[in-house]
Design a protein around this ligand. Structure first.
Ligand SMILES: [Zn+2]
Ligand SMILES: [Zn+2]
Length: 152
């Protein structure tokens, strides 16, 4: 259960999106990225990819353990194929902030170009890396992390 943090400036009212850094996504059959909310992200991803509810539940609980577990060799092979599909079609969108125009956006750091979609600046950082950095809005304060006391 990750903690939820908020990020704000010590001097101005800049507040960055709180969360736990990003969210998982799955590619649907048209190539669109569908956000998979936490908890249950692999379950949602499985359903988007056409798994039965049982398979999606199994994928969510056993995505790392699947090699040890299934009831028939044929079923198990099919399920392993599905899990490979699941792994190749999912990724993680990291919440980012642009230090030039202060827009917030989410990108897959392993697949996307690391730049701001609004102003094309490459002066962009993961929101969770902002604490201790100069505020991109007022350039006077510092970004601090606040524990919201919530977990997701
Ligand atoms: Zn500020
Ligand atoms: Zn920008």
């Amino acid at each position: 259960m990750p903690q939820i943090y908020a990020y704000r400036c010590t001097r101005c009212d800049l507040a960055l999106r709180s969360g736990w850094g990003g969210s998982m996504y799955v590619l649907d059959d048209t190539g669109q990225r569908v956000i998979c909310p936490h908890p249950g992200e692999y379950f949602v991803a499985g359903l988007v990819l056409g798994f039965s509810r049982d398979e999606a539940a199994a994928a969510h609980l056993h995505v790392d353990l699947v090699k040890k577990w299934w009831w028939s060799p044929r079923k198990r092979r099919e399920f392993e194929e599905r899990v490979k599909l699941l792994i190749s079609h999912t990724g993680f969108l990291t919440d980012m902030v642009c230090c030039d125009c202060q827009s917030e956006f989410s990108i897959d750091l392993t697949r996307d170009v690391r730049e701001c979609p609004t102003c094309h600046s490459t002066n962009v950082f993961s929101v969770t890396k902002m604490p201790g950095k100069q505020c991109p809005a007022c350039k006077l304060g510092e970004i601090i992390e606040i524990d919201t006391g919530m977990v997701s």
